[in-house]
Design a protein around this ligand. Structure first.
Ligand code: IPM
Ligand code: MG
Length: 381
């Protein structure tokens, strides 16, 4: 990649968002100072933080910043002050949903990778989890999240949301999932509720149409209730999974438990020009401001950004290796520590970021020593 200036818009957002995004700054500094890239970080407002400052969860200024950004790193959006007050019509999550629609981010990539060292942090039996590596393709700009009408009726005594999908909306994400399946194990699970919902029957029809172009990929159609059960019964049967917006929201939180903690899971939202990279854990207001939040999901989101927005696969893989080494050396964050973790191995948010940086530095120093001409590290596989 040509090492020209790349602008990263950091939308720290709410709750633990500012802490976990701050923990990635040393990584960008490393990329700039040691590897010669020119990533420039700029901060912007979204969510509750934006409502407090501008009265709008996605202010005009942030929309303008989107135009200049080459990639966006998002912390978290949400605040408990809204949870039990349905009368509030301006809500933090609207910022997130409007951003997804505005940027055309119809593909939400959520990799569920179980790090060997963390198998004991999950509530599931470790032998079920060894080797779990699932790539979720969640549709992100359609379905019941965006269908109209969505409103109160009958003087407020009834409410309606609308689940709506067009063939085009289904096809474009399904094609992406088939492409990924072709590069991986050539098995695609498509999750729907075609025994009940018309949108799901349309979904299944499109998957069958697209399948004719990918005869090398085996397709398994699964109802969402069964998929929820199968994820816990035998998660290794899944490789690439494609599903609609709401089913994907629910199943990926469930699948997060396979990885030991929601604090480990990164995501990439891509579509039109600029991608958004974010941890899937949310604002976690109960631990915000304490410096104990797990920044690994955000750090892994930076790895996804380097790969998908900048084509920097080696740097991306190095970050994933650094996280692997961190865990293998016994370090944990509060959410992944178990009873036997010694207190000195439980690191806070910024200490975790610094440790990852040190490991990254080691990985690259070793790689330069081994390869004079070109980096080609991590050949262990
Ligand atoms: C997610 C979140 C969001 C969603 C919320 C915060 C609106 O749960 O990204 O999974 O439902 O999409
Ligand atoms: Mg969710």
């Amino acid at each position: 990649m040509i090492k020209h200036k790349n602008k990263i818009l950091v939308l720290a957002g709410d709750g633990i968002g500012p802490e976990v995004t701050a923990a990635t700054t040393p990584i960008f500094n490393f990329l700039n100072q040691k590897l010669g890239y020119q990533f420039e970080l700029e901060e912007g407002l979204i969510g509750h933080a934006a409502i407090l400052d501008q009265g709008d969860p996605l202010p005009k200024k942030t929309l303008q910043q989107f135009e200049m950004a080459d990639a966006i790193l998002l912390g978290a959006v949400g605040d408990p002050s809204y949870d039990n007050d349905p009368s509030l019509t301006v809500r933090p999550e609207q910022g997130l949903l409007r951003m997804r629609a505005h940027l055309g981010l119809y593909t939400n990539l959520r990799p569920i990778k179980v790090f060997h060292a963390l198998a004991d942090a999950s509530s599931l039996k470790p032998e079920l989890l060894e080797g779990v590596d699932i790539l979720f393709y969640r549709e992100l700009t359609g379905g019941i999240y965006f269908g109209k009408p969505s409103m109160r009726q009958a003087g407020g005594t009834k409410a309606i949301d609308t689940m709506c999908y067009s063939k085009m909306e289904v096809r474009r994400i399904v094609v992406k999932a088939f492409e990924a399946a072709r590069q991986r194990k050539k098995v695609l699970h498509s999750v729907d509720k075609a025994n009940v919902l018309e949108t799901s029957r349309l979904w299944r029809e499109v998957v069958q149409e697209v399948q004719t172009t990918y005869p090398d990929v085996a397709v398994i159609h699964m109802f969402v209730d069964n998929a929820a059960m199968q994820l816990l019964r035998d998660p290794r049967q899944f490789d690439v999974v494609v599903t609609g917006n709401m089913f994907g929201d629910i199943l990926t939180d469930e699948a997060a438990q396979l990885a030991g903690s929601l604090g480990m899971l990164a995501s990439a939202s891509i579509g039109a020009r600029v991608g958004v990279y974010e941890p899937i854990h949310g604002a976690a207001p109960d631990i915000a401001g304490q410096g104990i939040a797990n920044p690994l999901a955000t750090i892994l989101s930076v790895a996804l950004m380097l790969e998908h927005s900048f084509g920097l696969s080696q740097e991306s893989e190095a970050i994933v290796s650094a996280v692997e080494q961190f865990l293998e050396q016994g370090y944990r964050t509060a959410d992944t520590a178990v009873g036997s973790t010694a207190p000195e191995f439980i690191l806070g948010t910024s200490a975790t970021g610094k440790k990852i940086l040190a490991l990254l530095d080691q990985i690259f120093t070793k790689a330069t020593q081994e390869q004079c001409v070109q980096f080609e590290f991590d050949k262990k596989s």
